[in-house]
Design a protein around this ligand. Structure first.
Ligand code: ATP
Length: 481
């Protein structure tokens, strides 16, 4: 069996079948099945049941073995072929998307059957492609109207999603009639030129719009942008947008006043949906989605990717810069992101330099490695922010110093190391920062998240470990590696 399909096999034991040694032999002998996992530690009684993904039936181990050897995990083409045009499928394959990730395999059939959906899966698991494939299954390139809208929290994430959507839209058509009419994708993002967007929307509305809520609301209020033909509405990083006091009221209006859940398919995506039962209840009650919305929750027992290794170093406040430098020298990241806390209002008022600036100056003076040192933070203008991201995507290797502005959704697959120079405020923020690495779905590589903490912050990190169910190993300066 191909290793790709093997890696997606999941086994769940409710209670275990064998004696403990026999059970561990069973798992060990199936090392190639990387995701074969056991949810029970009680290997002493005789009731083990296993199941394969997308299967509701639990099987005894022996039968599972037979099914494993017969199991053929469908390719992306097989999942999509009755729904997505051949041109888009060819484009998918050209760029190397052949095997579906877990969330794609589980969610696409649900989405193609017309259900509203909450996509709840780990960072880096391929949620973007999942909802884009739904969009490409629904829109008609011959129709001149906005048919799909993707709402995002930041300009940077919007630019990234626009690029992936355009990459799929660049499919060469076999049908000469359609060759003339390609899918058009508009980025309607904060900091963009709204006047130009207005003319574009009037002259020839694009099929897909990727928007931040601020810019979108301005055009909706002026009735320049109408959602009469909307078929798919996606809200990415939905928990973040609902939590943002600046954006939540516009989001609610979009979901219920400017369009109705009965006339569109609604998809909410995030790696973190706290109290998801409550959220689903609200979705239905508030009519953000239809009543039969499906919660596709992948890897529910493991909120963060298994390829991430978490570590911490305890040091004094004044030693943090030096500790970071020696970590960089010994870890030799291919590329890394260093997260720094946002500057407080008090520190701004007292005229202190932001921690990001202090750290950048320190690294530029002291770091002797080959990586480019870059900065990305809220206070920079949009052009400089875009330039930093472009520099990172050049592929030369970077050390990015940033605040949480890049913590959500940004996909920089070359990042091998994350450093929390300052701890994030919440476990959810930790999950998203950590998730900026480990973004190659079928890679066997290890990725590292290292926290540089003060002694008194150890209990905060411990709380994150408990909430997110991971283990953080202590590094002493001698054991760094
Ligand atoms: N089927 C696939 N095969 C190979 N690579 C894939 C596949 N699907 C997605 N990817 C790659 O996986 C990476 C992560 O995908 P994506 O950005 O959609 O993650 P995400 O689930 O939205 O993560 P986050 O929650 O952090 O936003 C991207 O680099 C993407 O190109």
């Amino acid at each position: 069996m191909a290793s790709n399909s093997a890696s997606q096999i999941l086994a769940i034991t409710k209670t275990a079948p064998y004696s403990k040694p026999r059970a561990s032999r069973f798992f060990q002998s199936r090392k190639p099945y990387r995701n074969l996992c056991c949810l029970s530690q009680k290997f002493s009684n005789d009731n083990a049941l296993f199941c394969l993904p997308n299967s509701k039936s639990f099987l005894p181990a022996k039968e599972l073995e037979e099914r494993i050897s017969d199991n053929h995990s469908p390719t992306l083409r097989e999942i999509c072929q009755d729904h997505v045009s051949g041109n888009v499928l060819r484009r998918l394959e050209e760029v190397g998307y052949l095997v579906p990730t877990d969330v794609q395999r589980e969610a696409l059939p649900v989405l193609f059957s017309g259900n509203d959906c909450i996509l709840h899966a780990q960072t880096g698991s391929g949620k973007t492609l999942t909802y884009l494939l739904l969009i490409y299954s629904q829109i008609n390139p011959k129709k001149s109207a906005v048919q799909a809208l993707i709402v995002v929290p930041t300009r940077e994430l919007g630019m990234q999603i626009t690029k992936v959507a355009r990459m799929l839209a660049a499919a060469r058509h076999m049908d000469p009639e359609l060759e003339q009419k390609s899918y058009t994708v508009m980025a309607l993002l904060d900091g963009g030129m709204l006047r130009r967007h207005k003319s574009w929307l009037k002259a020839e509305p694009p099929a897909i719009v990727v928007a931040t809520i601020g810019s979108l609301s301005q055009l909706l209020e002026k009735q320049i942008f109408k959602l009469d033909s909307l078929r798919v509405l996606v809200v990415d990083e939905v928990d973040f947008l609902f939590k943002s006091s600046k954006q939540v009221s516009s989001l609610r209006k979009l979901l219920t006043s400017y369009s109705s859940c009965n006339n569109r398919q609604t998809v909410f995506a995030s790696a973190s949906i706290l109290q998801h039962r409550r959220f689903i209840h609200d979705c239905i009650q508030q009519k953000w989605t239809k009543g039969d919305v499906v919660h596709v929750h992948v890897n529910r027992i493991m909120p963060m990717p298994a390829c991430l290794y978490h570590r911490f170093v305890i040091c004094g406040r004044k030693a943090k810069h030096q500790v970071l430098l020696s970590l960089l020298q010994s870890n030799l990241p291919e590329s890394g992101i260093i997260f720094v806390g946002e500057q407080s209002e008090k520190s701004k008022k007292s005229g202190q330099a932001p921690s990001t600036t202090v750290l950048i100056d320190f690294l530029r003076a002291s770091y002797e490695g080959s990586l480019d040192i870059l900065l990305l933070e809220e206070d920079m203008n949009f052009n400089s922010r875009a330039a930093s991201l472009t520099d990172m995507r050049k592929g030369d290797g970077y050390l990015l110093v940033s605040t949480d502005i890049v913590a959500r959704g940004i996909d920089l697959p070359e990042t091998t190391h994350i450093y929390n120079f300052d701890l994030p405020k919440t476990a959810i923020d930790y999950l998203h920062r950590a998730g900026r690495t480990g973004r190659k779905p079928f890679s066997d590589k290890k990725y590292y998240v290292t926290n540089i903490i003060l002694w008194e912050e150890r209990f905060v990190l411990q709380r994150f470990e408990n909430e997110l169910m991971f283990h953080c190993e202590e590094l002493t300066m001698e054991t760094q590696g």
